[in-house]
Every structure is written in structure tokens, then in C-alpha cells.
Design a protein around this ligand. Structure first.
Ligand code: SF4
Length: 358
């Protein structure tokens, strides 16, 4: 971008995301079994929801205002399938809301075993109504499971009509493997595989093995201390990989189109000072500690955190908010000034789709 001043920043509407009146992010488990080296969005010392806690959440959800006809339930973590109640919660949701449009998406590293995955998909398909969509959105991380096992689970999801997008996290330290497994995945699911360029804040100072050889290249290091080095490397090496950007995350920035990856890679999101946000009326997060907030960034910045037991569904969604979180603390923020939309995306989990999508 030539100028540093941005006058207009808008998400370009597509049909890739469901329309909804309310998005409810559920975090039954904040643990993760993958322990990806670049991620800190999990805590393996935390507790997982018990059946009783699940029932408390469901009871509270039963109080959702009736004008919220289109509900987007987003299972998130850590790794939500580490909760043995992951299936139970979804069975109950489709039973509780037979008349409402539900989009139930799980963001998962797909480490659950194939039998469990298939059993769940068979059961939920028996229980859910036609207006209920169950979507398995996965992230693929190198050396966490064999690529062939992962692919066979994608096929199971496809067989039962629940195959969502799959986010592939690049890892330059294992370059050849990265290319080989990416090609393997795209050869079978070309329209579902989307790229996530792993980002590392202050990479130049971290002396990480596998990256040292790239730090003499001024273009790759960039002016962000190497944070988006992978983005610059892969697009220079493989410009054709742009086709694996996620089209649902294209932005109009002063009349030019930028994908989510480019916005982050070029730090465009750091240029905003103020934003209005719909999370106050369209978003609820219920976390592993039964704490409630409007977006993940509220939690990290300790803003307006409520206990589930104190939550009043009739007043909690009353109004939009002006987001007061300092930009420097929100590493990936996308805003739509003109339409009061604020998009927060997790930076520490490159394989993970947006934590909040308002
Ligand atoms: S990136 Fe995803 S799979 Fe990896 S540790 Fe973080 S939450 Fe787990």
C-alpha cells in the first residue's frame, strides 16, 4: 500500500460464511494435545467441562431470546474434541432448537480417531433437522499425525456432508515436507484446503532452528522483525499458492482487494485507531471456566468478564460496543468501519479460523 492512511476497510461479502443473528463460541476444553510450537492458545493445566457444567451451559442457552433465529455455535478450544462431552453438547443443541437455523461448527485439529468421528456424524445426522448444518473445520499441523490418516478423516467428514475448510499451517523449517503434504492434501481437496502462514513475533530475535538461514534476506525479514517471514517466503516461492487463500476473508481496502493473509502479512490491521463492534449484540463466548465475554480479546484484556451463573440473556446482548482494546495488543484485527463490523482473528493459531466473526 502506497499510503499509510486508510480511509475505508471492508470485508467483501461472500456466501462463505453463514448469516447469523448470534454467534456463541463454546470452549468445553482449553487443553490441546498438539502443543504446536508457535501456539499459546491452549493451557493444559485447565479443566474440561463436566457433564454437569455442560448442562449448566445448555440451561443458559435455553434462555436465548426467540428473535435470535439463526444461531452459529462455534466449538473452539484448545482442542474441543478432547472433551468427551463434545458429542453430547451437539446432540442437545439440535434437540433444543429444532425450529431455529443452526450452523454448528467445530474448529479441530482432527486428532480424534476415525471411529469416534464417524459415530458422531452418523448420530448427529439422525438427530438434526434439515435447517441444521454441522461443519467440521480442521487445521493441519505437520508432524502431529500422518497426512494419510488426516486425509481419511476428511473423507469421512465429506461422506456425511460435514466437510468444512481445512487450514494448513506452513512451517518453513520443514520446507520439503510442507510442500509435499500440502500438495497431497490439495490434490484431493483443492477447494477445501486453505493456507495459514505461520507467524512468529520477533522471529529475528528468537534464534529458532530452521529459520536462521532465511534471516540474511532483507526482503524476508521485512520491517516487522520477521513476523510474516513465512508469508513473504511462500508467496515469493510459490505465487500460485494464492489460489489457496480463503475467499471468505477478502477485504476492500481503499478500493483494492486484500486477502486476510495479506492484511496480516502487510500489517494493515495495525493502522486503525478506533472501531465500532457488533460483538455486544451478536457474540457470546463461554469458556472452559464458565466465564462469559463478548470476544476473546475481551478475555485477554480482562474486559467485561461475567460468570455464566450471572448471565442475563435478555440484557447481555443489548448493544454494540466501541472496542477499547489497544491496537498493539490485538495482533490480528480487522475492522469494517463503515458497517460497524469488527473481526478478531487469532494470531497464535495460524491453523485456526477466526475466533470471533461478527
Ligand atoms: S495451533 Fe491448534 S492444534 Fe496447534 S497447539 Fe494450538 S490449538 Fe492446538
Amino acid at each position: 500500500m502506497g499510503s499509510t492512511k486508510i480511509n475505508s476497510f471492508k470485508l467483501i461479502p461472500t456466501g462463505h460464511w453463514p448469516a447469523y443473528d448470534l454467534k456463541i463460541t463454546l470452549k468445553p476444553c482449553f487443553k490441546c494435545n498438539h502443543n504446536c510450537w508457535f501456539c499459546d492458545e491452549y493451557d493444559n493445566t485447565t479443566r474440561v467441562w463436566t457433564r454437569d457444567q455442560c448442562d449448566q451451559v445448555l440451561c443458559k442457552l435455553s434462555e436465548l431470546p426467540t428473535d435470535k433465529a439463526k444461531l452459529f455455535f462455534y466449538f473452539y478450544g484448545g482442542e474441543p474434541t478432547l472433551s468427551r462431552e463434545w458429542e453430547y453438547l451437539q446432540y442437545k443443541l439440535v434437540e433444543m432448537f429444532p425450529e431455529r437455523e443452526l450452523y454448528i461448527q467445530t474448529q479441530t485439529n482432527l486428532s480424534l480417531n476415525s471411529d469416534r468421528l464417524e459415530r458422531f456424524l452418523i448420530n448427529i445426522n439422525k438427530l438434526k433437522k434439515r435447517k441444521h448444518v454441522v461443519d467440521i473445520c480442521s487445521s493441519y499441523h505437520l508432524n502431529k499425525q500422518h497426512v494419510d490418516d488426516f486425509i481419511s478423516k476428511l473423507h469421512i467428514c465429506k461422506q456425511y456432508g460435514s466437510l468444512g475448510l481445512c487450514f494448513f499451517s506452513t512451517e518453513l523449517p520443514v520446507r520439503e515436507q510442507c510442500i509435499s503434504e500440502f500438495n497431497k492434501l490439495t490434490s484431493q481437496f483443492s477447494d477445501k484446503i486453505k493456507l495459514r502462514f505461520t507467524e512468529t513475533a520477533n522471529l529475528v530475535e528468537k534464534n529458532l532452528p530452521g529459520y536462521r538461514e532465511y534471516l540474511d534476506d532483507a526482503y524476508l525479514v521485512g520491517d516487522d522483525k520477521g513476523k510474516s517471514l513465512e508469508y513473504r517466503y511462500w508467496l515469493r516461492e510459490k505465487p500460485e499458492w494464492r489460489q489457496y487463500f480463503e475467499p471468505g476473508w477478502n477485504f476492500n481496502v481503499d478500493g483494492e482487494v486484500y486477502n486476510f493473509s495479506e492484511v496480516s502479512g502487510k500489517n494493515i490491521h495495525m493502522k486503525f485507531k478506533y472501531m465500532k463492534c457488533e460483538c455486544g449484540s451478536k457474540n457470546i463466548v463461554i469458556d472452559h471456566n464458565l466465564r462469559v465475554y463478548h470476544c476473546n480479546d475481551d478475555f485477554y484484556n480482562k474486559i467485561n468478564i461475567t460468570k455464566l451463573s450471572d448471565l442475563d440473556m435478555n440484557t447481555y446482548l443489548r448493544k454494540d460496543v466501541r472496542c477499547l482494546i489497544p491496537r498493539a495488543m490485538m495482533v490480528w484485527i480487522f475492522i469494517n468501519i463503515d458497517e460497524s463490523v469488527c473481526l478478531h482473528i487469532d494470531t497464535q493459531s495460524p491453523g485456526i479460523v477466526p475466533a470471533c466473526y461478527f
